[in-house]
Every structure is written in C-alpha cells, then in structure tokens.
Unconditional design. Structure first.
Length: 314
C-alpha cells in the first residue's frame, strides 16, 4: 500500500457510429469495446505517442529528461555508479529521453471498458500537472482523429453505394434491352397464345428485369440514407465519443494513507521494543557460559571446564 502510485483518470461516453444502418451494427461489439481497441491500437504507434507529447506541451520536459519522473528505484539505478551506464540518461541525450517517454506512455496509458458505452482512460504515473495535460491531450487528439475517421468512413460508404447504384442501373438497362429485343423478335399474336417455350423465355426475362429493378431501387434508398446520415453527422459534429469526466489526478485515499502510516509506526515501534529487550537482556544477563565470564564476575581463572553432553548421547 505504501508503494501505490497516484494516477490520472478520465471517462468518456461512446455510441455506435450514426453512419452505420441497423443491419450493419447487428454483429458489432459494444461501442466502448470498439473505441478502446481503436485507442489502444493507436497507442501502439510511435507517431501517435509523439503527437500526444507535442499536444500536451511536454517536448522540452521530455527532451531534458524531466518527464516522465522516475520511480524511487529507477532514480537509484540511474544514479548508482554501477548501474548508471544501463539505466541513466543525460539531459543532453535527447533521443534516449524521448525513447524513455514513449516507452512510459505505452506501458502506463490505456483505455479500459467500464460498460457497453463507458470508457475509463488511465495514466499510471505520479499524478502531476504534466500527467493531467497528457491525458487531456490524448482525449483531444483521439477525438479529432475519430471525427476525421467518421468523415472518411462517410465518404467510403457513400462511394460504395454510388458504385452499387451505377452497377445495378447498368444491369437493369441491360435487362430492359434484352426484354425489348425479345418482344421485337417475337411480337405477341392477337389470335393465338405464345408457344410454351417462348412464353417461358419471356417470363424469365421479365423476372430478371423485375429483380434488377428491385435491386436498383434498394441501392438508391441506401445511398440516400447514407448521404442523410453523413450530413446529419457533419451538421451536429457528432463523433460518437464524448468526454464525461475531464482528466484529474487520483491518489491513494485517506484511509489507505492512514493505514500505511499506522503500519509504518507499528513496524518502527516493534523494532524499537525488540532492540530494547535485546539490550536489557544482554546487560542484566549474568549466566556463566565461557571461562572469560568467570574471570569477569569473580576475578579468578576457571580451574577446569566440563564438556557439554547431549541428552541421550554418549
């Protein structure tokens, strides 16, 4: 408990993308899980982590080695002569300091799912103002990228349905051409029905045309819906990701602090009592164990010593 670190936490509310229709979201994971996976994947890239350092205004502190602050053990290893070559970095070693900051970001910053729609962003560090600024930069940067992804996704969806409409329109036009060509070559007779084979072929062509017409109208409807959803998303600036609680430092609770203090006081008191008992026992103990003890107590030399025997031994 005494070694527990402070942290910086923030929460965000997520929704399923408004650009997707109901049929596309049936088998999707909960929106919080989707966003957490996306954020953590971004966090695996050095470019994203470097952009967070810049957005938080920490470039100077990182380059000089002032951020992130080392732990107590890390400081000892960095300053101890034998381990300094391995763990220590100079304030002038910008590349090493930057690499250490990137590694700290990757290991300490994360997004965790707290429900279908709730995300918890945590940075496990010292809880300093720089750490708070870093988490805020992470939220702002990811939110901007999320908005950019929505725009890209909207354009991709509209492009897909536009191509689908064009393909269905071309197929429908071909079906209409085939049907008209057949009716031109085999005009209907006013006095007698068509032969069975001719009637069957005509029915097949009409069925193909009707299916193509249904597919074309369906594609037109989906394109119109996609355009409407994209326009609504842009108009409302909806990124499906909203920060609920701004970043703030979270340290150990007062109860934990009191428990740690009491434990420390108990340990000190225990060692003190034990040491006092050892001193008192040594001081007042007049048991004769060695020939020297006889000389100290009586001022005379021992005449002889008796060897000790184990119980039951020879």
């Amino acid at each position: 408990m005494m070694g527990r670190q402070s942290s910086v936490e923030a929460t965000a509310w997520t929704e399923t993308s408004s650009l997707l229709d109901s049929t596309a979201t049936t088998n999707l994971a909960p929106p919080a899980q989707v966003q957490a996976d996306a954020f953590n994947q971004w966090l695996n890239t050095e470019a994203f982590r470097s952009s967070l350092i810049t957005a938080a205004g920490l470039d100077d502190q990182v380059n000089s080695g002032q951020w992130p602050k080392r732990s107590t053990l890390g400081s000892l290893l960095a300053n101890f002569p034998l381990t300094k070559p391995l763990f220590g970095t100079s304030s002038s070693d910008v590349a090493a300091n930057h690499a250490r900051a990137l590694a700290a970001l990757k290991s300490n910053l994360s997004a965790q799912v707290r429900g279908d729609n709730l995300l918890l962003f945590t940075y496990k560090g010292g809880g300093s103002d720089a750490d708070v600024a870093l988490v805020k930069a992470a939220l702002d940067t990811y939110q901007k990228q999320n908005l950019g992804q929505d725009s890209t996704q909207a354009a991709a969806i509209i492009d897909f349905y536009t191509k689908q409409v064009a393909a269905d329109q071309q197929s429908l036009a071909q079906s209409d051409t085939d049907l008209q060509a057949f009716e031109t070559l085999h005009p209907a007779s006013l006095t007698s029905p068509r032969p069975p084979s001719e009637a069957q072929q005509l029915a097949q062509l009409q069925s193909t045309y009707n299916i193509g017409l249904s597919q074309y109208e369906l594609a037109l409807g989906r394109l119109s819906d996609a355009q409407a959803r994209a326009q609504a998303s842009v108009s409302s600036s909806n990124t499906d990701f909203q920060v609920v609680d701004q970043p703030s430092a979270k340290g150990p609770t007062l109860q934990l602090k009191m428990t740690a203090m009491l434990m420390f006081a108990g340990i000190v008191f225990g060692f003190g009592v034990a040491g006092l008992l050892v001193v008192l026992r040594t001081w007042f103990d007049d048991t004769v164990r060695e020939p020297e003890d006889v000389r100290k107590l009586f001022g005379r030399d021992a005449l002889a010593t008796m060897p000790s025997f184990k119980k039951g031994g020879d």
